[in-house]
Design a protein around this ligand. Structure first.
Ligand SMILES: [Mg+2]
Ligand SMILES: [Zn+2]
Length: 210
């Protein structure tokens, strides 16, 4: 990969994509990894993509977990994924805010909460990622809008809350169509790899093995 052009990445929503969406995740015992997720992450990593988690975690704004506990629980999610054979993620970005938070410290209209693109934009800068060769995968239209605003292609997976109404803070005029709809992350990973150009592989021969 030409070092001047930046890496390609797949930005991944967490709840409903990497793990089952069980509502507001507060306990390690409620972490459920859907079948196919570790294999999907391996597929994307082997195709040359950086993997970065981008998640709204209103559990903090709602006063159900403090910020250190939220990060500790997220570390347990990552450890569970790796224990099942997933490659390590490059980074995770978690927004603890909500415009109607119970806790005033977290009650704000921030630039990180999806559908705002703040977390993806920060990741693009921090990890020298080329947005135009990158993808955002989420189960809600707020994920799609976030990825689109950051300049990435988008995938809506129908493995979570894809049929829920838009999240708080979204207006109907902000909605757009995803680049594709796929049943789950494994199907999404196959679609992304099929779309990616040869620059996403470390060696041209690597494409033939896909
Ligand atoms: Mg989700
Ligand atoms: Zn935020």
């Amino acid at each position: 990969m030409n070092p001047s052009e930046g890496d390609a990445a797949v930005f991944l929503d967490r709840d409903g994509v990497l793990i089952q969406d069980v509502g507001l995740l507060r306990h390690e015992r409620d972490i459920r990894i859907p079948r196919g997720v570790p294999a999907a992450l391996r597929r994307l990593s082997e195709a040359g993509f950086r993997l970065i988690c981008i998640s709204n975690q209103t559990v903090v704004a709602r006063g159900l977990l403090d910020e250190p506990a939220m990060h500790a629980l997220h570390e347990r999610v990552l450890a569970r994924l790796e224990a099942l054979g997933a490659p390590p993620l490059t980074a995770s970005y978690l927004c603890p805010h909500h415009p109607h938070a119970d806790d005033p410290e977290y009650r704000r209209v921030c630039i990180c909460r999806k559908p705002s693109p703040g977390m993806v934009l920060a990741a693009l800068r921090a990890h020298r990622i080329d947005a135009s060769r990158s993808f955002m995968v989420g189960d809600r239209i707020s994920d799609v809008v976030c990825g689109h605003r950051a300049g990435c292609r988008t995938v809506l997976v129908e493995s979570g809350r894809h049929s829920d109404p838009p999240i708080v803070g979204m207006t109907s005029t902000a909605m757009i169509e995803p680049g594709t709809r796929q049943p789950d992350l494994l199907a999404a990973s196959e679609w992304i790899v099929s779309q990616a150009g040869p620059r996403n592989t470390t060696h041209p021969a690597a494409r033939a093995t896909g």
